[in-house]
Design a protein around this ligand. Structure first.
Ligand SMILES: NC(=O)c1ccc[n+]([C@@H]2O[C@H](COP(=O)([O-])OP(=O)(O)OC[C@H]3O[C@@H](n4cnc5c(N)ncnc54)[C@H](OP(=O)(O)O)[C@@H]3O)[C@@H](O)[C@H]2O)c1
Length: 121
């Protein structure tokens, strides 16, 4: 299958520890891979900045925004076929914002979120 025929995957939290592995696996399987991450600030850790550089160098497209910015999240979601969230434990309930954005976008058939929230996609 050609790369252009592969499902496009958005990984929210793809700049994190687990997310970076998911991004590498997605790219390795030939999926056009997008990462939704917060903008870099003076408080962003050097390791997080480095992981962003790494996943971008591998071919991931970085889309910047907050979970509260539904318009940006919807734009990101509309570009893909599959949404995966690897957000950390404190953000488990904040994933409801991803579900809301998926409903607004209306194009997602597969989504996988941390915890049992996936059933609500
Ligand atoms: N680490 C492990 O060994 C391991 C093993 C099994 C399962 N897990 C599970 O995997 C999930 C992720 O863990 P992790 O270790 O990969 O966490 P992590 O390295 O801290 O990554 C967390 C991700 O969440 C984003 N994030 C953090 N705070 C946020 C906020 N307030 N708003 C929006 N985004 C925010 C970060 O993105 P930014 O770049 O925007 O900061 C980052 O990409 C957790 O549910 C954990 O239980 C982890």
């Amino acid at each position: 299958m050609q790369g252009s025929e592969r499902s496009k995957i958005l990984i929210v939290g793809g700049s994190g520890y687990l997310g970076t592995y998911m991004v590498k696996a997605s790219i390795g399987m030939g999926h056009p891979t997008y990462v939704y991450a917060r903008p870099i600030t003076p408080f962003t850790s050097p390791s997080r900045i480095e992981s962003r550089r790494e996943i971008q160098s591998l071919g991931a497209t970085l889309l910047q925004g907050e979970l509260d910015e539904q318009d940006k999240l919807v734009v990101a979601i509309k570009q893909v076929d599959i949404v995966i969230s690897t957000l950390a434990v404190p953000q488990v309930l904040e994933q409801l914002k991803i579900i809301d954005a998926i409903k607004v976008a209306g194009n997602i058939k597969v989504c996988t979120l941390s915890s049992s929230l996936t059933a609500r996609c």
